[in-house]
Structures are given as C-alpha cells and as structure tokens.
Design a protein around this ligand. Structure first.
Ligand SMILES: Cc1cc2nc3c(=O)[nH]c(=O)nc-3n(C[C@H](O)[C@H](O)[C@H](O)COP(=O)(O)O)c2cc1C
Length: 332
C-alpha cells in the first residue's frame, strides 16, 4: 500500500472509490457525462441538481447510472423549494451519497436522508458548525475555502484547514477550494483530511459538456482573473461568487452604482433595489456554460483556473493528481 493510499483510505472507504477525489458538483456542468467519467476514472462524480425540477433530476440520475456502475453522489441545494421530493427521488433510485449545499440543512431533510441509509455530506464553514453538523448526524464534511469557484465563504482554504482539520476526527473531512495539483491534496491529507474536492480543474475535462468557449476562457485565464463579486453598498447585499472577470461583472458594478443613486434619491424603495441586484445574475451561469456567452454570462471559476492549461480526458486529470501526490509523498 502506498503512503497516499494509507492517507486517503478512510475517504476512499467512505466514497467507495479508488481515489478520494470528489468532482465537486457544478450547476449546468456536472451532468451525466462528466459525473460518470469522474466515477469511471476512480474518483467520485457528483451530479449538480441546482434548480432542476424533480423529473429532470430523476432523468439525470437514471442516465448516470446507465453510464457507470461506480458510486457517485447527488448535490442538492437546501433552498430548493422541492428539497424533500428531490431526496425522495434519490431514495427511489438508490443513490448512495447526498451532498446538501447552500446553508444549514433543515432537520427534516437530514432525517429523511439518514433514515434511507444514504450517506450525507455537508459543507462546514466554521468549526462550530462542523461540530453541530456532526451532532445532527452528518456522515462527512467538506470544508471549502474562498479560492473556490462559484458561491464562496469569506475564509481561505488554508485557514479553514488549520481551524478545522486538527479538531474533527469523528467523520471524514474533504478539503475544497483552490486545489489544482496533487501535492496540495497530499498536504491536506497529511494535516488530517480524508480527501479533496475539485471543481475548476474538471471543467476542461474532455467529457465535460460545457460550451467550447467556456472551456477556452478557463484555458486562457490566470488565477488573478477569477475574482469574487464586488458589493458596493451594505444596503444592497451581494452574494459572494468567484468568477472570471468579464463584461457582465463590469456592468454589475455600474448597475449597483445606478441602484445606489436611485435609492439615495428616493426613486426606488430598498426592497425593490435589493431584488434588482439579486436578479442581475439570474440565468447567467447557464448563459455562459450552455450558450457559451462568456461576456454576458457568469463564468464561475476558482483561482486554480490558472493551472488549467488544456483540455484533458478526465482519467488523465485524476492520474496526474495521483502521480503528483505520490511523487510529493515519496520525496518528503
Ligand atoms: C461553475 C461552477 C459551478 C458550481 N456550482 C456548484 C453547485 O451547484 N453546488 C455546489 O455545492 N457547489 C458548486 N460549485 C463548487 C464546486 O462544487 C467545488 O466545491 C469548487 O469548485 C471547488 O473549488 P475549486 O473550484 O477551487 O476546485 C461550483 C463551482 C463552479 C466552478
């Protein structure tokens, strides 16, 4: 058994995989083809349910099951109005792992997942919440730092790892955010993690169905192009999202300026201004991923985008990460 195998055995056992690498669910990106490719390559693919209705999730699970016999998970957003029905679909199709993302999951959702004997994975943004989630019966945790693509918290992966990994031994912990190479995975394993979750690195997998222009934007970008969304005024909260800077992100700043002016001049009420800001990005991720409109859509990407240099088969990405981790551990 190699050092790497020893270090991530707990994660592999939990996921039922050869490699404790989760392909983090990415809305519009993590569909049947990419998810099954990650699982077939020895990692753990996760379907992104996002805002999908129940029947579409059902189709996606069925299709994924027809493309792989390996384990994969389903990521559900806790704010989804049909969360419990989505869990029912997962139960019906004998999904083995559910990831609940987007805030503390409701107790009813947790008990539904647990009573169906499905393994439950949740995001822990702080040590206190990590402990609370474990008390609620969560089977594994993901800690995700602000280097990640998509919706982000305020704290970097390296700080979260130091705050949480030394103190949580009850359940496996997977580290996410800013991971582009195997050496980094190995380092987090040495600190006590059971595995890693990567999103950005899988966007340019050959099997990923994202639009060619979305992939090209990733290949062109460097780490500093993947920036967190900017909030100009505390009265108009902006949900922090990390994405490549483009025409839409520049327009978003101007848009907020206009709203602030209207608010100050009494031309709009606070609630309406907040809703306008909230709705600015509606449908924008789909526009970029599916339609390839990378200037007017939201090109969500993490800082590790600078390490994405070419389109590569999923299996090569996973082999590369493993080889880098193995070589690093052999040297140290
Ligand atoms: C385009 C994109 C869409 C994402 N959508 C979701 C999502 O729907 N649900 C979720 O839990 N995380 C989502 N994420 C986060 C990923 O699952 C993963 O945790 C993150 O990408 C890891 O950090 P990295 O990008 O630095 O590898 C998304 C990330 C990206 C880049």
């Amino acid at each position: 058994m190699t050092t790497l195998q020893k270090l991530w055995q707990r994660g592999c056992d939990f996921l039922g995989t050869d490699a404790a690498i989760l392909g983090g669910a990415m809305s519009w990106v993590s569909e049947r083809t990419l998810v099954s490719a990650i699982s077939n390559a020895g990692g753990f693919g996760v379907i992104a349910c996002g805002a999908m209705p129940v029947d579409l999730l059902e189709q996606e699970i069925k299709a994924t099951q027809s493309m792989t016999t390996k384990p994969f998970g389903v990521n559900l957003i806790t704010m989804h109005p049909q969360l419990l029905e989505l869990i029912d679909v997962c139960i019906r199709y004998e999904v083995t792992h559910i990831v609940l993302a987007g805030g503390l999951p409701p107790a009813e959702a947790i008990s539904k997942v647990k009573s169906a004997n499905i393994k439950l994975i949740c995001f822990a943004p702080t040590l206190t919440l990590a402990r609370k989630l474990i008390r609620l019966g969560v089977d594994a945790l993901v800690i995700e730092g602000s280097e990640a693509g998509g919706h982000i918290g305020p704290v970097s992966t390296s700080v979260l790892a130091q705050e949480i990994l030394p103190h949580i031994t009850e359940v496996p912990v997977f580290v996410a955010g800013g991971i582009g190479r195997g050496e980094t995975i190995a380092n987090y394993l040495l600190m006590g993690a059971s595995g890693a979750q990567l999103g950005t690195r899988f966007v340019c997998a050959t099997e990923c169905q994202a639009h060619a222009d979305f992939k090209k934007a990733f290949i062109r970008a460097s780490a500093r192009d993947a920036v967190a969304s900017v909030q100009l005024d505390h009265r108009l909260p902006v949900i922090p999202v990390r994405a490549l800077q483009n025409a839409a992100s520049a327009r978003f700043i101007d848009f907020q300026r206009q709203m602030i002016k209207k608010l100050d001049q009494g031309e709009i009420d606070l609630k309406s201004a907040q809703l306008e800001v909230e709705h600015f990005w509606g449908g924008a991720l789909r526009r970029a991923v599916v339609d390839g409109d990378i200037e007017n859509g939201s090109v969500m990407a993490g800082q590790s985008v600078g390490m994405v240099k070419e389109e590569q088969p999923t299996a090569h990405i996973i082999e590369e990460l493993i080889a880098q981790a193995d070589a690093f551990l052999a040297r140290n």
